[in-house]
Design a protein around this ligand. Structure first.
Ligand code: NCD
Ligand code: ZN
Length: 348
């Protein structure tokens, strides 16, 4: 493995927003060019709350996969206060719907139908623990009294720690973690909890969002934190600890909904996600740790095989386009109009 080119087992994206309808023509090819599988978030309008709806959504995604590429969307259900336990039973029998997503009501994009109080969903969570169905958590409290930069930390203390003491066997992924506190918490807990790390939280901190002008394309949830947290996330990503693996949280929004007085949360990273993770790992002298992070630890946690194909990245700079078409609008990707230093080898 030279430093000019690296090969890795084909990676998977363990947290992804593909949206629906025409947008799939943009989002699906961007992810499927690199990733073999992706955990597809269910926060559509209306949310995906049944196995039948998830399987229909899966068909729409598959219809947008370019010819000659194999891509397996791993579907999820959206946990509401009333998700019936027999839907969990159906999920447990499906090989294509693999997890349940917990959004605290009001925490983020399309979370209005999320959980209003964890007490309401405890029977569902107990059934999931029994059937070994993973729970994927957006870990932020929604109390308006709590500072937005502290919402993840409070969620661990108020919701996650009590849940895990009650159900330590429940397989749990704390998604897109953004703080040192989350790294410490996940590291200190048993093997049934892991965390995904986005590339934007590894590359950026809140100065990129707020210093010298507000930059809406850096606005996402959980919000970018100060650099000491960013450093803790990088340390976790390159640590070789199997509890931390790749999940882009690539979340496209139309430009008109980002560049406005009250803009949507979400950063679109799919067009160069793996290439950008490679930049982070290279900057920290840890390219040798990228394969486990991107391709091995995720399937291991989910109890799936690693992919059999490999892909290669070459160190060759290219320019990210200023924008991509997204249905009847455009989306501005991370790094728009700027250089990305690694390129995916298209022949692999
Ligand atoms: C996501 C979206 O747009 O769907 N936004 C984001 O900022 N990450 C939702 C989410 O994962 O919080
Ligand atoms: Zn997300």
């Amino acid at each position: 493995m030279s430093l000019e080119q690296i090969s890795l087992i084909k990676p998977d994206d363990w947290h992804l927003h593909l949206r629906d309808g025409e947008a799939l023509k943009t989002t699906v090819p961007h992810t499927a060019r690199t990733f073999s599988r992706a955990i597809v978030m269910p926060n559509l309008l209306p949310p995906v709350t049944t196995v039948a709806a998830a399987m229909d959504y899966r068909e729409r995604i598959l219809a947008a996969v370019p010819g000659g590429i194999s891509f397996r969307p791993l579907m999820t259900l959206y946990l509401t206060d009333n998700l019936a336990t027999d839907e969990i039973d159906r999920l447990a029998e499906s090989s294509e719907v693999v997890a349940v997503k917990y959004y605290p009501a009001g925490a983020t994009t399309n979370s209005e139908n999320g959980v209003t109080d964890i007490k309401h969903v405890m029977p569902t969570l107990e059934r999931m623990a029994e059937l070994n169905v993973p729970l994927l958590i957006h870990g932020e409290v929604t109390d308006p009294e709590i500072d937005i930069f502290d919402r993840e930390k409070h969620f661990i203390e108020q919701v996650l720690a009590p849940l895990r003491s009650h159900l330590p066997e429940l397989k749990t992924v704390l998604e897109h973690i953004t703080t040192k506190d989350s790294v410490q918490y996940v590291s200190s807990e048993n093997e049934n909890i892991a965390a995904t790390l986005t590339v934007h939280h590894l590359l950026h901190n809140r100065n990129d969002l707020l210093a010298g002008g507000v930059r809406p394309h850096f606005y996402c949830l959980p919000i970018l934190k100060r650099s000491s947290h960013q450093e803790a996330l990088i340390a976790a990503a390159i640590s070789g600890n199997e509890k931390f693996f790749l999940g882009t949280d690539s979340a496209p929004h139309a430009r008109s909904l980002k560049e406005t007085a009250c803009g949507c949360a979400g950063i679109y990273t799919a067009p160069a996600a793996l290439e950008l993770y490679a930049e982070v790992f290279e900057q920290h002298g840890a390219l040798d740790k990228l394969e486990n992070f991107a391709s091995v630890f995720g399937p291991r946690f989910y109890g799936l095989e690693t992919n059999s194909e490999t892909i290669s990245l070459t160190r060759q700079s290219w320019e990210m386009p200023d924008q991509y078409q997204l249905a009847d609008d455009v989306v501005i990707p991370l790094r728009a109009g700027e250089a990305v230093s690694w390129q995916l080898d298209q022949s692999t």
